[in-house]
Design a protein around this ligand. Structure first.
Ligand code: 1GP
Length: 236
């Protein structure tokens, strides 16, 4: 069976992840929400948030796992959000920042949880990009987002040279502006590992723009949190 990473690398169609933040998701709505996810073009469910209460991640995955066959991928804000019930984890290193805790610190703390787990571990270079609004990631990690395209491109390339398997361009949850097409194109031209793009994407038009610019996987959270009818626009 293909791993989740191999699937992203080789899939003909573009991938779309629905991001669920355990801290804001209403578990009572789980079956209704997941039924909509299942009928949409979503290919993955990402789970994570900047700050999440203890046990909220486990409770969320327990509730949704029986309801879907889509892969559940952890997109953790910190080590407390690791759950063996998921299928994979984006092992994120915040390479746009210079805070050692998010470059290597959390990773060392994660090892005791990951050593005996069956999670597929996907090393991911996580690049925070200015989305014209201070984001939770920025505040929690005490890092600044990147603005300069060449710096973003060089950071993505450095992540690949370090052996990371994915690059994630992140404008931040609820960003005013999504990552610009020119930035996605420039990064795509430089790397040959899959590219994830997320933050502030709120329309089918913006999804298509990101795919056309070179995103292999687009992540959407807020648009579904604010308006579940958004699913109607991305029906299969
Ligand atoms: C945030 O990239 C994700 O980490 C999704 O962002 O909530 O703005 O869709 P939105």
């Amino acid at each position: 069976m293909k791993t989740i990473l191999e699937h992203i690398k080789t899939s003909e169609k573009q991938n779309l992840a629905v991001l669920i933040d355990p801290d804001v998701f209403n578990l009572k709505k789980a079956s209704q929400f997941i039924a909509k996810v299942n009928k949409s073009i979503a290919s993955h469910i990402f789970i994570g948030g900047s700050t999440v209460e203890a046990h909220a991640t486990e409770a969320l995955i327990s509730a949704i796992k029986p309801l879907t066959s889509l892969p559940i991928v952890l997109f953790p804000g910190d080590v407390t959000q690791i759950s063996n019930q998921a299928d994979a984890i984006l092992f994120l290193s915040l390479v746009s920042g210079r805070n050692p805790e998010y470059l290597i610190g959390q990773h060392v703390k994660a090892v005791s949880k990951l050593r005996n787990s069956d999670l597929e571990i996907i090393p991911t270079g996580y690049i925070l990009i200015d989305g014209q609004k201070e984001t939770a990631t920025q505040k929690v990690t005490n890092t600044e987002p990147l603005k300069n395209t060449q710096e973003i491109v060089d950071t993505a390339k450095a992540a690949q040279l370090l052996g990371m398997q994915l690059v994630y361009l992140e404008a931040g949850s609820g960003a005013k502006h999504e990552v610009q097409e020119a930035v996605i194109k420039a990064v795509k031209a430089e790397i040959n590992i899959p590219l994830i793009v997320g933050g502030g994407i709120r329309s089918k038009f913006a999804i298509d723009k990101a795919f056309n610019a070179g995103a292999d996987l687009v992540v959407i959270g807020t648009a579904f949190e604010e308006d579940e009818s958004f699913f109607n626009k991305i029906k299969r």
